[in-house]
Design a protein around this ligand. Sequence first.
Ligand code: PLP
Length: 431
Amino acid sequence: MKVSRSKELFEEAKKYIPGGVNSPVRAFKSVGETPRFIERAKGSHIWDVDGNEYIDYVCSWGPMILGHAHPSVVEAIKEQAEKGTSYGAPTELEVKLAKMIVEAVPSVEKVRMVNSGTEATMSAIRLARGYTGKNKIVKFEGCYHGHVDALLVKAGSGLTTFGVPTSPGIPEDFAKHTITVPFNDIDALKRVIDEYGDDIAAVIMEPVMANAGLILPELSFLEKVRELTADRGIVLIFDEVITGFRLSLGGAQAYFGITPDLSCFGKIIGGGLPVGAFGGRAEIMDYLAPEGPVYQAGTLSGNPLAMVAGIKTLEELKKPGVYEELREKGKKLSEGMKEAARSAGIYDKLCFKSIESISIVYFTSVDVKNYQDALTSNTEAYAVFFRKMLEQGVYLAPSQFEVAFVSTAHTDEDIERTVKAAEVAFREVRE
Ligand code: PLP
């Protein structure tokens, strides 16, 4: 596979951009490959600057649930661009997208748009603290909530990929109010709430952990988290930046039937443009300025291009049968991968997890139920697997701890090709 142009661009990029990338995992460092510089994308496929074509399971880390350059999304962006790209004033589009989110997500009565998932979680935490008048927040080990100072403690995603438990640059004073507990361990949460409950503003969680690989919640765990937080007046924040509009139109909360107080969104609701949002009970949301005292703002918040891309994406997702289709495709991929592992004789050395259109294969025989389990993965074996898949035209996440996303644009043929490639790659790992 010719990658000379990507190599050249990467060398040049490193002169001007730290590490050559604008988000760490993109550098392909943990898988020992040259990052592919992407030139274009359509549907489930992406093309790099050397002309190589790949079936894409990164899907821009989740947003591209309809595949790339979906015609109705592209058309809407073009039309809006002609009318102006930002006004810094309210638009009907913001009202429309906000209404769509409120109608789709059970717990959300009001919602505020921001520009990224990070901004959403940062603002939700500030709001929870402002609302409760308390300081501490509880997060779960391996959950990633963006690069918010107070949330970069034992976080997943790039931090796990690079083995950085907590980033330097965060004064102890900023992190000292963050308490971490293991996921799926209700007794640990109970102990923390018993000890610090009077000063806990919020418990924040990915209802399905998707930044340390894929860690599924036990339903009783989610129920108990809700119960414990409600009993103590602690704001429960679901970070649905990945799961929102992915597991179902109403996100993980509709999927599992749990009602958080606040929820954070990003990725899908911007249809591939920079966006985030946080929302929840009106009583809490009205604590935000200008209605209430908690300050939160943004020059480009509610950006019209992002709003139209989000509206078109959600309109497509609301059509009958879309989530069934995503589920079927997700299942076909995850079952196919298991079959490929069996054929390659490596099945018992792996752990497969999937939910709806999200999946992962961990290179460990441990049944992964929390962050510590995920860390037992053999990341070198993953790197071998990743490289062999890439060579065969399958673009997986360049990290053992990031998931694969299936979009509505993935075809049966894409998935069949992927499974065939996986059998070859699994054999390579075994040898
Ligand atoms: N929360 C979750 C669950 C995420 O997966 C991410 C990003 O991957 C974020 C928050 C941060 O979102 P962003 O990268 O848009 O700031």
